[in-house]
Design a protein around this ligand. Structure first.
Ligand SMILES: [Zn+2]
Length: 386
């Protein structure tokens, strides 16, 4: 790959700047010779009134805004490889689509800022590396650069690495903030659609957790049918199985649960009632675990991270059990006593015992003092969840 350093003024770069307000994208500059957002670039995410304004402030103060990289795609034709966010901020300011705040706290735009400051901005030279090379060389390089400010996240990096018709179509569905289905999907998926979190989830579901492998296998696909069908199947299955929507459903590994459980039949009414009961149960401290717990037939209690007995409860039960045991001359672990073996008269220390639900939590036993007994650690483990 060959790279040549050039200085280009902000005025030149912003000439013929086109901004797509609807998609939030800077499209062209350099009088049409520069494509600002090629398909492998992420969406414009500086438009938050801070990072975009900071770019303009830096230029006014004479601070460098960093290297910019163009890919030469034809005779005097370029694409932005790195610098799209900064160029879009500059372009928006120069075309009166971005206000900044001056030192007195007043909003200023390019028309009100004063001729001398405007001239300074226009004449500021940006350092641009013009890269020439094969597509593979440039993509490999692009995947390894670390952009100052906001580093690309994993999915943005993968989109850049595997860009092509598959990624373009997948982004049009899963990275599109105007997709009317987003609201429904948001009940089950967490994250930011612009930062590719929904696309990442969809790919991770269909790719059984290996997004990179799936993207490399499908990068040349002309359609995204499998991705879309699989995603819809998971969403349809979740929404049909659990008829009520809870905020705890967001971000659960639904793809994995679908793979494991979608062939089993469930009574939807019973499930809905159990979800409601467990959501209201104070002992269930991991509410997100409720769904997998129910799908698996209520056996994996550890998914719910059941609240333990209070320290005071444990102390008081231990004391009562131990005094009684000493008086009667048998072990303070009722199971040791019953077994009538070597430990039948052993008095365990408090830290050698664990608090146990007499009537198991999973069978409706409460987490209160009346349902608490102390068992030696061995017997507590043996009793398990029975
Ligand atoms: Zn015991």
């Amino acid at each position: 790959m060959k790279a040549t350093l050039r200085k280009i003024t902000i005025k030149e770069i912003c000439e013929g700047f086109v901004y797509n307000e609807y998609e939030g994208k800077g499209l062209y500059g350099l009088n049409g010779r520069l494509t600002i957002q090629p398909e492998y670039q992420r969406n414009y995410i500086y438009a938050d009134g801070k990072r975009d304004v900071a770019v303009i402030d830096s230029v006014i103060k004479g601070y460098p805004i960093g290297l910019i990289y163009f890919n030469k795609v034809g005779e005097d034709k370029y694409e932005v490889l790195d610098g799209q966010q900064r160029i879009t901020s500059l372009g928006r300011f120069m075309t009166n689509k971005l206000d900044i705040i001056d030192s007195k706290g007043d909003p200023q735009n390019v028309s009100s800022i004063g001729a001398d400051i405007r001239k300074k901005i226009e004449e500021t030279e940006l350092l641009v590396y013009i890269c020439e090379g094969t597509e593979t060389e440039i993509k490999e390089w692009f995947a390894t650069i670390n952009i100052a400010g906001i580093p690309l996240n994993e999915q943005e990096m993968l989109n850049a690495t595997y860009y092509g018709p598959f990624v373009t179509q997948a982004k049009a569905v899963f990275s599109n903030s105007n997709n009317p289905l987003l609201q429904k999907w948001s009940a089950y998926i967490s994250g930011n659609v612009k930062r590719q979190d929904f696309l990442h989830t969809a790919l991770s579901w269909v790719g059984k957790g290996d997004v990179s492998r799936y993207m490399s296998q499908h990068r040349k696909d002309e359609d995204i049918n499998e991705l879309k069908t699989y995603f819809d199947s998971v969403i349809d299955w979740v929404s049909a199985t659990f008829k009520d929507v809870y905020s705890e459903m967001r971000g659960i590994e639904w793809g994995r649960l679908y793979e494991t459980y979608h062939t089993r039949a469930y009574n939807v009414e019973t499930l809905a009632r159990r979800v409601e009961e467990l959501m209201a149960d104070d002992c269930v401290t991991d509410k997100k675990g409720i769904f997998e717990f129910l799908l698996g037939g209520e056996s994996e209690t550890k998914l719910l991270n059941i609240r333990l007995f209070e320290k005071a409860t444990i102390k008081s039960v231990y004391t009562k059990q131990t005094i009684e045991a000493k008086q009667e001359g048998y072990s303070n672990c009722p199971y040791c006593r019953e077994e009538n073996k070597a430990n039948a008269t052993r008095i365990w220390k408090e830290n050698e015992m664990d608090a146990d639900h007499v009537s198991a939590w999973s069978r409706g036993g409460a987490t209160d003092i009346d349902n608490c007994q102390m068992l030696c650690k061995t017997h507590n483990r043996m009793k398990g969840n029975r």
